[in-house]
Design a protein around this ligand. Structure first.
Ligand SMILES: [Fe+2]
Ligand SMILES: [Fe+2]
Length: 256
């Protein structure tokens, strides 16, 4: 989807070069992947213009695990855009993990956005980790105990942050396409395959509200290791679950 002005939605847009987005999540990087991940990611160098990493970058949220990933990413020759996942928060060292990756050029997103230019096309990326909460009319309601309200509020805050990032792209930047990156699933479709009892911990469908409202072109997420690779938001935006344990190889989506 594009906004409807002539330049973005009309004849000229059709003439713009396509952009190939490689996406992957749940690398759960540690020392065991040293030397291996660079081989797996090399396909992105050959087949894509940008690499998106949708969280759970480390196995246990350790800085030395992020250092391994940073070393492996030195072999990636295209821009890398990423969000953190819940594993990266395990030791409360998420800021250092993000900084380690930013040091090797990764654009880490957490409620903000970045715009990249590929030839004659400008693509904006907005991202957040997201949170639990459930889906549709089963979304957990902020009612009763303060602890439950606080839990729900975390999810609401993540959705607000994604809204801000996407709005920034649509209002402040002259972008042709918008990509959303989250760790938790924004739709139920892509968690199907997991035990139903886990669904409320795998994603939060309120994330799909700003995705649809800001006419996002495509969404990538992870976290649901045993989910489904592809789904759509209520407005029809394509959603890819690119969790490595599920897809086992980079997913490449072409934006036209
Ligand atoms: Fe994971
Ligand atoms: Fe996760």
């Amino acid at each position: 989807m594009s906004t409807g002005d002539f330049r973005q939605g009309g004849i000229l847009s059709a003439e713009r070069s396509p952009v190939r987005i490689a996406a992957y999540a749940d690398l759960h990087c540690n020392e065991e992947l040293r030397g291996r991940l660079r081989i797996e990611l090399d396909r992105a160098n050959r087949e894509a213009d940008v690499l998106v990493l949708a969280g759970d970058l480390t196995l246990n949220g350790r800085l030395d695990e992020a250092e391994v990933l940073a070393d492996e990413l030195r072999y990636v020759e295209i821009p890398v855009v990423a969000v953190l996942g819940n594993h990266d928060y395990e030791l409360n060292d998420q800021a250092c993990i993000a900084a380690e990756l930013e040091n090797v050029g990764v654009r880490m997103l957490d409620g903000d956005s970045v715009t990249l230019t590929f030839g004659d096309r400008r693509v904006g990326f907005a991202g957040v980790k997201g949170f639990c909460g459930g889906f549709g009319d089963r979304l957990i309601a902020p009612f009763g105990e303060e602890a439950l309200k606080a839990f729900v509020r975390v999810g609401q805050d993540e959705t607000s942050k994604l809204d801000a990032g996407l709005r920034q792209l649509r209002n402040g930047h002259d972008v042709d396409n918008v990509v959303a990156v989250v760790h938790y699933a924004p739709v139920r479709d892509t968690v199907v395959g997991e035990p139903p009892e886990l669904f409320p911990y795998l994603g939060n469908s309120s994330l799909s509200d700003p995705i649809d409202r800001h006419e996002t072109d495509v969404v990538f997420h992870g976290h649901a290791h045993y989910g489904t690779p592809f789904g759509r938001t209520p407005a029809g935006v394509p959603v890819y679950n690119v969790a490595r344990p599920l897809v086992r190889d980079l997913v490449v989506h072409v934006v036209r």
